[in-house]
Design a protein around this ligand. Structure first.
Ligand SMILES: [Zn+2]
Length: 277
């Protein structure tokens, strides 16, 4: 792990002011979340490796410049980026899926995208126009590989095809439901009222908040570490004694995240309605 941090620190030696502020380009120690779910992202970007005996699944390639950090994280865990067979993502924004085509060209993995995000993903990915999407996903569909099943839950609003991934994990003889949350957040520049490019955006957010609350989520992780307090939980993981609960089991934290984002959504909706009058 020390080797990883040193090497990654060299790569991140000259971060742009913006990226050092949000930690996007800062290395973060790779770690096992639970069972075959591993964190391989950065201080600000949530990337996850799901390992199987037949090869691996990677959720979120992030930017092309993030790939060396992801690769070093995967190496530190004793796995190999070249063994990734399926590339999945949270949503078609650059900080999560801009390197999909770049990585596919290097390792030959399959790419699967939620139908409602295909157009946005094609706009974003360099050369993606010529790259076939191996599978177009629909809400509730399963991706099964090497004995592991992930379910693609469409949680739209942040993007039309925003995808939260669920899976079952085992630890200490118990089974836990994990959710790798897309994002339920409203960006500062989003238009929630009379948006010609996304007329249903407000209805989609409302449906997503309701859907999220009804989901059986024990283990909570997300496309940005800040959503689930990655740093605090990672530190708790380091201090964890045998028999103590896994810090990533946090249904209360998940519901608090949903509440926080719904509050921000409501406030922005009301302010845009006022401006509309
Ligand atoms: Zn986003």
């Amino acid at each position: 792990m020390r080797k990883l941090i040193l090497a990654a620190a060299v790569l991140a030696a000259a971060p742009s002011p913006a990226s050092s502020q949000n930690g996007w380009d800062d290395p973060f120690p790779a770690h096992q979340v639970m069972d075959n779910l591993y964190f391989v992202g950065t201080g600000g970007l949530g990337s996850f490796l799901i390992t199987t005996p037949e090869g691996h699944i990677l959720i979120n390639t992030d930017f092309e410049r993030t790939i060396p950090l992801i690769e070093q994280s995967i190496d530190a865990l004793g796995f190999d980026l070249d063994d990734v067979e399926i590339i999945l993502g949270s949503h078609a924004h650059g900080d999560h899926q801009a390197a999909d085509v770049f990585l596919r060209e290097r390792i030959g993995a399959q790419i699967m995208i939620m139908e409602e995000d295909v157009a946005g993903w094609k706009r974003m990915n360099r050369g993606a126009g010529d790259t076939p999407i191996d599978r177009v996903l629909h809400d509730g569909e399963e991706v099964t590989f090497g004995g592991t099943t992930l379910v693609a839950h469409r949680t739209p609003g942040h993007t039309r095809g925003c995808t939260s991934w669920s899976m079952q994990l085992e630890e200490g003889g118990q089974t836990y439901s994990a959710l790798i949350v897309c994002s339920f957040g409203v960006n500062a520049n989003y238009v929630l009222v009379d948006n010609p490019n996304y007329p249903d955006i407000a209805d989609d957010y409302r449906a997503t908040f309701a859907k999220a609350r009804a989901m059986p989520v024990d283990v909570f992780v997300a496309s940005h570490g800040s959503f689930y307090d990655l740093r605090t939980k990672y530190e708790a993981l380091q201090r964890r004694e045998r028999g103590e609960p896994n810090p990533f089991i946090d249904r209360a934290g998940f519901l608090a995240y949903v509440d926080l984002q719904e509050g921000r959504f409501q406030a922005m909706l009301e302010s845009q309605r006022r401006d509309d009058r």
